[in-house]
Design a binder for this molecule. Structure first.
Ligand SMILES: [Zn+2]
Length: 283
């Protein structure tokens, strides 16, 4: 069975227990955080068991991700010093953004995050003893002090604030170019997601918002974020910009946006969703 015959959205079943010796398998090969592509000109696909064998790469760790159809899919970490095999290319996860379909990007993000978690949790952060993998779930355990280590996700919020027909978009102080986007920030310990949205907007641009409405989420594996997207309406206040974060913030009429929303990120989906509704007169 070829990878291209499967639809990752419907044919993938996540799992942690490898079925063992299967005749066929797929391998997302990762070296030093970079992902191996067979041919950059063709749609991305993982290696199969024969290709992995023939390349003779030194495997450092193998992580079962789940079944695609009935074929096991692994994140296969190889020696970070590995040279690119002839005809193959290693590339950072960023380079796949916009190049592969979203389910594929999410799978590559899953693989790189699990490999990174595994290599960063070989030893217990509390007592320094080696950790052991769990049979039950995706965790590593320190037997002496009973600490469990799971892959870490950092929830963050992203919000499109609107005022009538206008959108609040801001230019990040650290971003290159003249790129305006929605506001975003990490959720703090002890905080609800809704509180994080109100706090971030107040901190970054100094205004109050209301009518928060959850929109959608997106895995954002750079390096381990989970973006939770909201729509919100302006409630009051004047712009006071957090200078270290925000270089500029403005209300833009929906017919006069500074740039076209990039549809590969949730920021673009939020803007697009609002534009569709405002153009249909539904806001
Ligand atoms: Zn320990």
């Amino acid at each position: 069975m070829e990878w291209s015959q499967f639809n990752l959205s419907t044919d993938f079943i996540s799992g942690v227990q490898s079925p063992g010796d299967a005749q066929h398998s797929f391998h997302i090969v990762i070296s030093d955080g970079e992902i191996l592509s067979v041919d950059e000109a063709a749609p991305w696909r993982p290696l199969n068991q024969d290709e992995l064998h023939w390349l003779g790469l030194t495997t450092v760790s193998t992580h079962f991700l789940g079944l695609v159809g009935n074929i096991p899919l692994y994140a296969t970490e190889v020696d970070p010093e590995t040279d690119e095999p002839e005809g193959y290319v290693f590339g950072k996860l960023w380079s796949f953004l916009g190049r592969v379909a979203e389910p594929t990007l999410n799978m590559l993000g899953r693989a790189t995050q699990i490999v990174e978690w595994h290599s960063n949790h070989q030893f217990c952060g509390q007592c320094g003893q080696p950790t052991q993998p769990s049979d039950m779930d995706r965790s590593r355990k320190c037997a002496p002090c009973r600490q469990m280590f799971y892959p870490r996700l950092s929830p963050s919020i992203i919000v499109l604030v609107t005022r009538g027909d206008e959108l609040l978009l801001a230019r990040n102080a650290n971003a290159r170019g003249n790129f305006y986007s929605t506001l975003a920030g990490f959720v703090e310990p002890g905080e609800s997601i809704e509180e994080a949205v109100h706090r971030e907007v107040l901190e970054e641009v100094g205004i109050q918002i209301k009518n928060l409405k959850y929109f959608a989420s997106q895995s954002w594996p750079f390096p381990n974020s989970l973006m939770l997207g909201f729509h919100a309406e302006y409630a009051g206040g004047e712009f006071v910009l957090q200078e270290a974060e925000i270089a500029d913030a403005q209300w833009f009429h929906h017919t006069n946006l500074p740039s076209k929303p990039a549809m590969m990120s949730i920021s673009g989906w939020l803007i697009h969703d609002f534009l569709q509704r405002v153009q249909q007169g539904a806001t």
